[in-house]
Design a protein around this ligand. Sequence first.
Ligand code: ADP
Length: 255
Amino acid sequence: MEPILRIENIDKYYGNKSNLTKALSHLSLNIDKGEFVAIMGASGSGKTTLLNCVSTIDRVTAGHIYVGKTDITKLKGNHLNRFRREELGFIFQDFNLLDNFSIEDNIKLPLVLAGEDYKKMDAKVQKAAGQLGIVELLKKYPYEVSGGQKQRTAIARALITNPRILLADEPTGALDSKAATNLLKQLREINQTGQTILMVTHSNVAASYADRVMFIKDGEVFHQIYRGDMTRSALLDKICDAVTVLMRGGEDSES
Ligand code: ADP
């Protein structure tokens, strides 16, 4: 299968000659269409940097990142903005909803920014809200709904443009365990409709919902676990073992 995301030998440095930090080092990775990949690693290992480079928020120092046939490290100006708006969906730990916008208007925002035909917007909002089970919340405001419902709103907003890749940065980090479990089940259902997902997480449980778990250490791929035929709980056991090995080898004990 042709990968939807091809990361080729990327380096990312921060700082200047006298104070250089290497955040990513010769990192390569392919993700197939429809895969659900979790990225794990200790704090400072390069997870956010990797996600930021894929999401074009940050620029690589060397190497290439292809989404389909497009080398996104070469995109600039309007091409870059359009790519980010139309081809990628984002969800964040803290939801990033606009407080003064209703749930409906938050979901609709990417379509407004893309100049979508006004008549088509409502049908798309209804469909996305229906998929996430939040139709009855559309007229409410973020402060009137729970954390889990806010994150569902954020997912509906991310999916409304039909992105090639859904990028998730600690999507359950601000949720209690029940809401987190519901959200992870929802992400898995969305993935099973064919949506490619790349998720950064510290949580072993969250990672166990993925098809593949990739561990990063010092900006390099350290280890990968493929779900294959494993049950979620068997995958969770393997993740816990790998995290133990990873932590034993490093000085950082963040889980
Ligand atoms: P993680 O998300 O795994 O915690 P990061 O990608 O945030 O790791 O960081 C990787 C490395 O790059 C760390 O050493 C971090 O201190 C450094 N780093 C990240 N962002 C910056 C920045 N804007 N300026 C300088 N160093 C940075």
